[in-house]
Ligand binder design. Structure first.
Ligand code: SF4
Length: 511
């Protein structure tokens, strides 16, 4: 692979679409072509909202089945078709064949560009949002790349200087046996019929580390599917860089009175599905033991047990657990009482009041910068550092060793079959899918979504306990409110009340 040819040192070059073919494969390097339309903000919102739905579809499916699963592509296509979004992943179209189709395709391409750059701006605003957007944009890119024809991928790679040295027929004959030996999972027939490429071994460190590739004289021999992984890695790395860069100067764009609230609302679309928080005082310390058994996800009941058993919880776990309890409606006074009583048994009440009470008041926004801190979502919990020593925090599906996890699940009466499925999810790092399966097994209710937040798990459990587990279409409700309010502001720019409504909605993403 010739890096010296990379434009701007970024490893990417500008995409092109011509009159004959329009592809949705794009590195999204340049937004200048679409900037003149920035005034039509409703169009921008519509495009961005559609893209969000696609990214959420991919996230939802990925938490249930591995993308390497044979059914993955079909299921994703079915899901997108049901939302009338399938054309967003139908790749190249020969546009000369039908003018109407060509116009539709150009419109899709336009929306694709606009939606990407709009969401890029909306999702550069915090580390958590950047991580989410980067992950699912990359998966969308990968999905399109896998569905695109070899010819178009080749053209795309050439456009972006992502080309690889092809192995000659003679050399291929010489290395065939070694290539096949290095990858027993691929049949010799497949290797024989594939075009081989070679790159410097440093380009594929994962494959080298896992001994999944034949390396000779510093060159790794790759099949087309491997070169596609490098292209995906390039896309990811480029997008990661531009998101970070954009986050440092996004305030310039976000000064606009119309753009700023819209960006916050779009960012909230991702967060909203995760969050349901209760009124203060909905639960009391006396309820917690029973709720921990019946309604808490494993991460929270593990911390609850640790606190009750050892009368202590180290900082990271304490913060996560305090915020979770705040989200289920434990008031600050009750939280101080609950933690205070437990800590008093190990360190005494004075030390608790001196060293620990402040942090609890801080979590409730009563100290320091008085921010309204929100409970951690699964992504945040999964990405916490692994607990060491007496620490107790993190997602148990990730941090517990398999035997300890099985014991814990058996104590929850999770059936052997489900435990097997859970362990296979855990092996594939699908922690939220594992958690969803445990919820479904314990509650005997099938969720039409994936657990993405401990407080969502709690809410669903409470619905089951109260016999009201019919899920509402919360998304649609929010969507209608957002669009209605937004349109009101657009029609009546002087309407202060509508501005305040939007601000109130948007404030939720500020933490
Ligand atoms: S998936 Fe989320 S809710 Fe479930 S145990 Fe892990 S962090 Fe907790």
């Amino acid at each position: 692979m010739d890096f010296s040819k990379k434009k701007n040192g970024s490893g990417v070059a500008r995409n092109r679409s011509n009159m004959e073919r329009i592809t949705l494969l794009d590195m999204y390097e340049d937004s200048r072509d679409i900037l003149p339309d920035f005034c039509d903000i409703e169009y921008f919102y519509d495009a961005a909202y559609k893209r969000l739905q696609i990214l959420q579809c991919i996230e939802e499916l990925s938490s249930r089945i591995s993308r390497k699963d044979n059914e993955y592509q079909d299921k994703l296509l079915a899901s997108l078709t049901s939302k009338s979004l399938r054309h967003w992943v139908d790749i190249t179209v020969e546009v000369e064949k039908a003018q109407k189709r060509a116009d539709d395709r150009r419109e899709t391409k336009r929306m694709d560009l606009i939606s990407h750059f709009t969401l890029r701006l909306a999702y550069c605003q915090s580390e958590e949002l950047r991580r989410w957007f980067l992950q699912w944009e990359t998966e969308l890119f990968r999905f399109r790349l896998e569905r695109e024809s070899t010819e178009m991928v080749q053209a795309f790679q050439e456009d972006w200087n992502l080309t690889f040295d092809a192995v000659s027929d003679d050399e291929k004959l010489r290395v065939m046996a070694s290539v096949a030996a290095a990858r027993p999972q691929t049949s010799v027939a497949v290797i024989a019929s594939s075009c081989l490429h070679k790159v410097h071994f440093s380009m594929v460190p994962d494959m080298v580390a896992k001994r999944r590739v034949y390396v000779n004289k510093g060159m790794a021999y790759l099949l087309p599917e491997d070169t596609r992984s490098i292209v995906v890695a390039e896309f990811r790395s480029y997008l990661s860089r531009v998101l970070t860069k954009l986050s440092t100067c996004s305030s310039i764009y976000l000064k606009d009175d119309q753009v700023a609230p819209l960006m916050k609302l779009l960012a909230r679309r991702q967060i909203q599905a995760e969050r349901t928080f209760r009124e203060e005082g909905s639960v009391s310390p006396a309820d917690l033991d029973q709720l921990s058994k019946d309604a808490f996800p494993l991460c929270m009941s593990m911390m609850h047990d640790n606190l009750r058993g050892k009368h202590h919880l180290k900082h990271t776990g304490r913060l996560a657990y305090t915020l979770f309890l705040k989200g289920i409606g434990l008031s600050m006074d009750d939280s101080l009482k609950f933690f205070g009583q437990e800590f008093a048994k190990s360190i005494g009440p004075d030390k608790f009041n001196k060293e620990y009470a402040y942090a609890i008041r801080h979590s409730y926004g009563k100290e320091g910068k008085r921010a309204d801190y929100r409970p951690y979502n699964c992504m945040k919990i999964v990405n916490l550092h692994n607990p060491s020593g007496v620490e107790c925090h993190g997602c148990p599906y990730k941090v517990l060793d398999p035997d300890a996890l099985k014991v814990r699940l058996r104590s929850y009466n999770v059936t052997a079959g489900v435990i097997n499925d859970v362990m296979s999810d855990v092996k594939n790092s699908n922690y939220q899918a594992a958690c969803t399966k445990v919820f479904e097994c314990r509650s005997r209710v099938v969720l039409n979504t994936t657990i993405v937040h401990p407080n969502q798990y709690y809410e669903e459990s409470v619905k089951v306990l109260q016999g009201t587990s019919q899920l509402q279409s919360q998304d649609n409700k929010i969507e209608k409110t957002v669009v209605k309010t937004y349109k009101k502001v657009k029609k009546e720019p002087e309407n202060q009340e509508a501005h305040e409504e939007i601000e109130q909605e948007a404030r939720h993403v500020d933490d």
